[in-house]
Structures are given as C-alpha cells and as structure tokens.
Design a protein around this ligand. Structure first.
Ligand SMILES: Cc1cc2nc3c(=O)[nH]c(=O)nc-3n(C[C@H](O)[C@H](O)[C@H](O)COP(=O)(O)OP(=O)(O)OC[C@H]3O[C@@H](n4cnc5c(N)ncnc54)[C@H](O)[C@@H]3O)c2cc1C
Length: 366
C-alpha cells in the first residue's frame, strides 16, 4: 500500500508497515529489517512534508508507543508516539507545560524531537529538541538510554537526526510552570525589518510573526503573548485578547476543522522553510515576497516568521541569531502548481544559503 505524508507530494510503498506496541517490539522490528537488508524508517504523525517519514523498506509507525507514563515536579516521561496534545493533557492539571510547543499539537514527541520543533517561545527556550532531558533509543539493534550525561554522542545525534541515528521510543521532557491565562497582543508592522525588530525586542514569553496577503501586497503582523495577568501590551499593539493557556496552545484547532471541511487540509503542501541569520533575514524575506503573489502561497497557505535562540539543533547548525522563515504553501485549485511551488522553494533555499542560512528539513524542498 502506498503512503504519503502531510506534504502529499512524495509517495512510497513500504515493504512492510509495522506498528510496534512496545520498545521491545521496536528492537525486534529493527533487527528483522537489518537482517533483510531493509531500512527501518520511523514515522510519528507523518506530518513532515517532503517524504522524511516514508520508505520502501520497513515503515515503523511509532503511534503504538503513545502515552505519558510519569509527570514529576519539572519533567514528564512520554512514549515517542505521544502527541503534544496528549502531553499537555497530562501536565496541565499539575500546572505544568513543555516550554516549547509547535503551532499544531497533533504531531508526536518523537517526530519533533527528531526534527527540531520551533515555537513562539523558542526565542527564550530554543527548540523542543533542546528541551529534552533523556531519550530511550533503539540504536545498533539495542534499546539504550541517552542524555547529556550518558551516551551524550548518541543523545546529540538522535535529536534533530531525522531518525537516521536510532529510533526514539520514549523521551523525558523538561516542564515549566504553565500560566492560567495569557494576553495575546497583535502588533501591525510596516515591513519585514520592522517585524523582526518587534519580535526580537518585545518583552513577552511568545513572539512570532505572520505575513498575510493584503491588497495585492503583503501585511506584516507580530503576535506577542504575555503569560499571566500582569504584563502590559507592547508599544504599537492594535488588538489584545485574553485567553486560557490551553485555548492559546490549541489555537489552530478551529482553523484545522475549517481547512478539513474545505478540502484544503488534504491538498499537497509544498512547504519551504529556512533558518536565516537575523542580520540578513529582512532582505531575504522582502526579496522572496517581492516575487510572490497570493496565488503562489495557495488559498490556505501561511507565511511564518519565528526568531529562536541559537542552539545546536536542528541540524545543520543554525546561523547566528536564527530566524525561521516558513513559506507554508498549499497547492489549492486555481493557484500555482506543485512543480511551480517546489521551484519557488528551491529558489528560497538558494537565497537563504547565499545569505548564510540553512534549511529546516521538515519541508518539501528536497
Ligand atoms: C499543521 C502543521 C503545523 C506545524 N507547526 C510546526 C511548528 O509550529 N513548529 C515546527 O517546528 N514544526 C511544525 N510543523 C512541522 C512538524 O513539527 C514536523 O513535520 C514534525 O516532524 C512532525 O512530527 P511527526 O510526528 O508528524 O513526525 P513525522 O513526520 O512522522 O517524522 C518526521 C521525521 O522524524 C523521524 N521520526 C519520527 N518519529 C521518530 C522517532 N520516534 N524516532 C526517530 N525518528 C523519528 C521520521 O523518520 C522523519 O524523518 C507543523 C506541521 C504541520 C502539518
């Protein structure tokens, strides 16, 4: 049976599709694949966009290893197939949250630790992969634990390693106190430089930007989210909204329901995502947008801008003061075609590399 991912562009027929129910079954499946000379490729929710979770060998569906097994004072232990929604459901009743969450909660711990996992709080906390305390990994046909103190080489290789250095079966995640409420502030910005100035300077726990088609051009908007009830909206705030923390964390849910109903969720998603050095980011963003129309983004496409704290993850090493720039295209009817969108992603990656940037390997650029 052929399989696709969220990108919907790459298709592969695995020789076998295995769904282990325990770490021990992962060990057996990996050993068996090796004995047959087949690749064993782990798959979480399959929400990467360029075939990263697909194989013609053995597809290891990790969602059978879901569940939070322990929540401590500042950590939680979870199976690799646990979604971040399930992690939050277990930690929030204790007033705790992972410090970094993806915009969409229905991706897995194993999947985002293997890619990076960038959120609006990444300027303070780095990636989700930076906030893992220990991992259980099947590597070299054995189940082992690794952490900064034990097998640090394996720990570093597996985080951001796209499944190439071992299969994560479980993770111990860092937790921080969760606010009960947040104040979400929208700050309109003049251009990309202004957006980056606001995002990098704002005193808020969460800072992320969007670029939205408007009047034949583009509108720039920063979202600064203050945790708790105390903070003052940043200068230039045009709108504020007070939300419970879970509603904020799960803010994509109503949009996803609409996209599913409209058929947009199932269309191909030729996503292009790069990390840019902050010093060159505005120029790359502006030159990308100058050659683009709304039809190049698709009806439900989104452009995101997220500054993050420099760290070793994801790989290859990030530029100084990195900024994630994601052109998350949907190949909607009447818009640019998949090949045209993929070509535009390659041009974006070339532009990013020329500026000292690098690719975020969750996308469809190849
Ligand atoms: C709507 C939407 C919103 C998103 N928002 C964000 C966001 O805000 N920030 C962000 O950073 N990303 C975001 N992403 C991208 C997403 O985080 C990545 O694509 C992530 O890899 C998806 O996790 P997954 O469980 O679907 O992994 P998969 O796509 O299944 O796998 C991704 C990679 O990890 C490997 N892998 C999976 N599980 C394991 C494991 N247990 N052990 C070892 N390797 C493994 C796979 O082989 C593959 O190479 C978003 C994606 C979507 C569709």
């Amino acid at each position: 049976m052929s399989m696709r991912d969220f990108g919907g562009i790459v298709e592969r027929s695995p020789a076998r599709d295995v769904r282990p129910a325990s770490a021990r079954e992962v060990v057996s499946a990996v050993r068996e694949a090796a004995a047959q000379g087949l690749d064993a490729v782990p798959r979480g929710a399959g929400h990467s966009a360029g075939g990263q979770s697909l194989t013609t060998g053995v597809s290891l569906d990790l969602r059978g290893l879901a569940g939070v097994t322990e929540v401590g004072e500042r950590h939680a232990a979870a199976g690799a197939g646990t979604t971040w929604r399930e992690v939050l459901a277990a930690t929030l009743p204790l007033g705790l949250t992972p410090p970094v969450l993806t915009d969409y909660l229905d991706v897995t711990v194993g999947g985002t630790v293997s890619t990076g996992g960038v959120g609006g709080t990444s300027l303070l906390h780095g990636t989700q992969a930076d906030n893992v305390l220990a991992l259980d990994v099947v590597a070299g046909g054995e189940l082992v634990t690794c952490s900064p103190a034990v097998r640090p080489g394996l720990f570093d290789a597996v985080r951001g390693g796209l499944g190439g250095h071992g299969v994560i079966t479980g993770a111990t995640l860092r937790l921080v106190p969760a606010p009960e409420r947040v104040l979400a502030c929208t700050v309109p910005c003049r251009d990309a430089a202004d957006l980056l100035r606001v995002l990098r300077g704002v005193r808020a726990e969460y800072a992320a930007g969007q670029v939205v088609p408007a009047d034949g051009g583009w509108r720039f908007e920063a979202k600064a989210v203050l945790y708790g009830d105390e903070g003052e909206p940043p200068p230039g705030t045009a709108e504020t909204e007070r939300l419970g923390y879970l509603d904020f964390a799960d803010r994509m849910r109503p949009d996803v329901a609409e996209l599913i109903a409209a058929g947009e969720w199932a269309r191909p998603h030729p996503w292009g995502t790069v990390f840019l050095p902050a010093s060159r980011a505005a120029a790359v963003i502006e030159s990308t947008l100058a050659g683009m129309t709304a039809a190049d983004l698709g009806l439900s496409g989104v452009i995101v801008v997220k500054p993050l704290r420099a760290g070793p993850l994801p790989r290859p090493p990030l530029p100084d003061d990195p900024v994630l720039f994601g052109v998350l295209r949907t190949a909607s009817p009447g818009c640019a075609t998949v090949p045209e969108m993929l070509a535009a992603n390659r041009a974006l990656l070339d532009r990013a590399r020329a500026a000292g940037g690098t690719r975020y390997p969750i996308d469809s650029t190849g």
